[in-house]
Design a binder for this molecule. Structure first.
Ligand SMILES: [Zn+2]
Length: 214
């Protein structure tokens, strides 16, 4: 079960106060997807992973949090054109806005997370074109995040996530190139990578869960 509560938040950019629903607690059942998207129940939480200030349009995971974003960063062509990505739903667009701002202030981790969320939201809308474009765009950010990650376990997990993002972006050859000799001490992660390589060879870009890979 997922519980929500309402909080008043003050926009870090314009100071306007507005009310948002935030997640109190959540439980989930089932197997996550191979890019670590949580299983069913938690999926609905995606609606709450991005906030938009109703006054100035500032968009972020938490609009109250201190930020280097400046209002003029929202006055770029991509804010309206979405760089040509054919989004159909508001949620995907909101994530893309949050990505644009994170990229503008060089926050690669948030840029990656927001693009992956935009891809998930587009998956839910069966908008395959938009989802694919978001994953393609997410890869360079993910590469930088991986490069900077010093903690070994986290780095390995991110590398496993990257195999999925690449495959679902139909970059099948990249999967083989990067992961042909990939292995670590973790049996589960090795199994997932083996599965990803097998699916990439079949040019299969579908969504799979961790359970599918075992
Ligand atoms: Zn605002």
């Amino acid at each position: 079960m997922t519980t929500y509560f309402e909080v008043k938040k003050k926009c870090a950019l314009c100071g306007a106060e507005s009310t948002f629903e935030v997640i109190g607690s959540s439980s989930s059942f089932g197997s996550p997807d191979l890019d670590l998207r949580p299983p069913l129940l938690l999926r609905s939480a995606i609606d709450h992973a991005v906030e938009v200030c109703p006054k100035c349009g500032y968009t972020a995971g938490d609009i109250e949090e201190e930020t280097k974003v400046k209002p003029e960063m929202m006055k770029v062509p991509a804010w309206e054109t979405f760089d040509g990505i054919p989004f159909k739903d508001e949620l995907s667009k909101n994530f893309y806005h949050a990505y644009l701002l994170a990229a503008a202030v060089d926050d690669q981790k948030t840029a990656f997370t927001m693009l992956l969320n935009a891809a998930w939201a587009s998956d839910d809308e069966k908008n395959a074109k938009a989802a694919l474009a978001c994953r393609k765009k997410a890869i360079p950010f993910l590469n930088q995040v991986i490069e900077k990650e010093e903690e070994r376990e986290r780095r390995l997990t991110l590398e496993v996530v990257r195999a999925d993002v690449l495959r679902r972006a139909e970059m099948f050859e990249e999967v083989e190139k990067l992961y042909a000799n990939w292995s670590c001490g973790d049996k589960l992660l090795n199994q997932i990578i083996k599965f990803q390589r097998r699916m990439a060879k079949m040019k299969n870009s579908k969504c799979f869960t961790v359970q599918d890979a075992l």
